[in-house]
Ligand binder design. Sequence first.
Ligand SMILES: Nc1nc2c(ncn2[C@@H]2O[C@H](COP(=O)(O)OP(=O)(O)OP(=O)(O)O)[C@@H](O)[C@H]2O)c(=O)[nH]1
Length: 761
Amino acid sequence: MDDQSRLKTIDDFMLNSEVPLDLDDLMMVLAEAYKVPIALIGVVGEFEETFKAHYGTTLSKVTREHAFCSHVVEERKQVVVSNAQEDPRFMHNPLVTGEPHICFYAGTPIEINDQVIGAVCLIDTVPREIDAKHLEVLERIGALVSQHISLSREHEALKREHGLIEKSPIVLATWRYDTSLRLVYISKNSERVLGVSPQDLLTGTVALSEVLSEEAEGDFTFAMQAHMEGVETHTCRLQIRTPTRTIWVSMISTANFREDGMLYSVQAFLFDTSDQKYVEDKLNKTNQRMRLLLEASELGTWDWNLAADVNQVNKRWCDIVGLEYEYYDSGSRFFRQLIHPADYVKVEKQLNMHLIGKSKVFNTTFRMKHTDGSWVWVESYGKTVETDAQGKPVRIAGIHRDITQRMESELHERKKTQLLQFINKTRASYLQNNDLTMACQSVLAELIDISDSQFAFVGQMKGDGSSSRLFIHAISEIVWDNSSFSQYAEYKKRNLYFSNFDNLFGTSILTGEVTISNAPNSHPNSKGVPHGHPRISRFLGLPIKVKDKVVGMVGLANKFDTYTDEDAEFLQPFLDALAGLFYAVELEEARAVAEEKLRHLAMTDSLTGLYNRRAFLDECISFSKQHCRGCVAIVDIDHFKKVNDTYGHDAGDQALIAVARKIAKHNQAPNVVARLGGEEFAIVMIGDKKEEIHRQLEALRIAVEEGRVTYKTDTMNLSISIGATFIKDTFEADFSALLSLADKALYRAKEQGRNQVVWDE
Ligand SMILES: Nc1nc2c(ncn2[C@@H]2O[C@H](COP(=O)(O)OP(=O)(O)OP(=O)(O)O)[C@@H](O)[C@H]2O)c(=O)[nH]1
């Protein structure tokens, strides 16, 4: 037998309380019926048995050791002792040997919650028998007593609870519903808590509605109405005004319904929450004042409940981004999507840092999309204001300040400095390397960055008129197929040109104007982009001009924001710098061409186009360094004075040109030919063998002799004399000496009758 659990069942109420069971009369009836002198109800505790009702004895308790009933408890069944004086278990029991001299005992169990806690018993002082029928009746009486005890316990517990309620600040009220709700019960503490006596309320002398404020009366009626319509529980706060005081009461009401769904009753707890209300009001007032202060300070406020994902903001917050307060959506997804894509990661990172406790405050600046399409710079400052039991933030509140103006001027200044720096970088690179392409390429990344763009190119016009093309100094690497790959390879080889300007890109070249297109597909000049080309969502074309002439352009594409005139204006210094560099390069190139022309002129005989004497001597010097074998020859036109005299000076010039051409034709590079002056020419002819050289000189002589030179109506017959000398010492060839030897040979050729080749001896 588990005595511990049995003792738990026999609680204070059964063992120690003075609460009577009121069953003494039943014991009397039982004793009469069974014709025994003693009948009692015993409850067996740990150390003793207490008689909760008795008849025929004045004893109220006996020790457990001697108690007959403990046998019933232990055996959990009826126990009958016919003659205790002869029963070895009881014969020495003081209750047998002394008062009340028990001889006969019949006990039946009292059972509560499956535990036998005692017995209903019949006692006689003489021996006797009891038949089965009487024992069965006794058993039934035992069952009835068990039930009675159970109910009495529950009743007592309820009474205790009631007593507690009446001492508590919670008023309990019950309304019964027939045709209307009628107050049928209200705990006695209503006088103390609500200031209205329960009698007055129950008799209807005072109606509850009379003490409620006007607003509370409405709320109370609403609650009762809700219950009548099937609402099970309802909570509201009511203001009660009695002649002595005004209090705030919270009411939690529960409705009970019949099986057919009709309202049966309403029970309610009413308790004074005036203190809480006072604090709340005060907080509200403070909040209100704070709100007014914030409104005045132009600050947007936000209060984000993370668990519920509700972000409450004030009107100013909405104003900053141009939103109607009424259309604000409190879900975090809404404000998240307003954040500029370029700032989003930064904001999330800062927020997480704060949420995991790595930063005391959340403080960052970012851009938000205004309803007018522009971006607004916002400084956000927030802090956790509520955490859960584990210290995890559940609410963050903070402020927003519109810092667009400040940021824009700061950014503008910063960008201006950046622009100047990279203009200087372009110039420095050019000055250092004298390479404009390299200079443009070195700043392409910075140009993209400063203009917030994705792609860029810098081009310069090359060539004149209709053949002019745009040479691409620098361009973003956009490669998507074989042809674009080879185009980019051309660019790498510095050989990429744009020659078609009948498109969006070429508009600035053709018009000389800035091209702004924030919807390129709808631009009249747009021809689209080649298949596979990354999408161009926005385009800015900037012409580079020198004295109103378009000398190149800068193309920018895919800014996050729209391109504006301000962008073009901002980048103008860069365009001017490029214009300056382009101009400088043009001048440099023109100077080089002029120089080359001058050099050429200085070295050339203007009439025949051959080297002049000076150039010839220079060439001889470089020729001598090659240590080649060959000859030096001087060619002179015979009787040239006569030609001049006969046909005129112009015809003479023509004759000189004709002979020069023949000499040049017979002496291709590396042979060197020159006009030394007058009608005298010089040749340096390469060759190992004198005979072979002679043959060539002879061939030249014959060609002149056989050739006819015509000028206007005149035809001239010419001949030449040639004096030649073979270069014997190829290592130390002295061309002045060689020329003089050739000259001597020429003299002899003239002497010997002209029109011949003569070698020095
Ligand atoms: N048309 C023309 N005549 C020139 C030029 N330079 C020199 N002469 C002439 O060439 C002639 C040279 O004559 P000379 O040196 O006397 O010899 P030549 O008449 O050719 O007689 P030989 O050399 O002895 O056969 C002069 O009459 C010069 O005026 C020139 O550039 N153009």
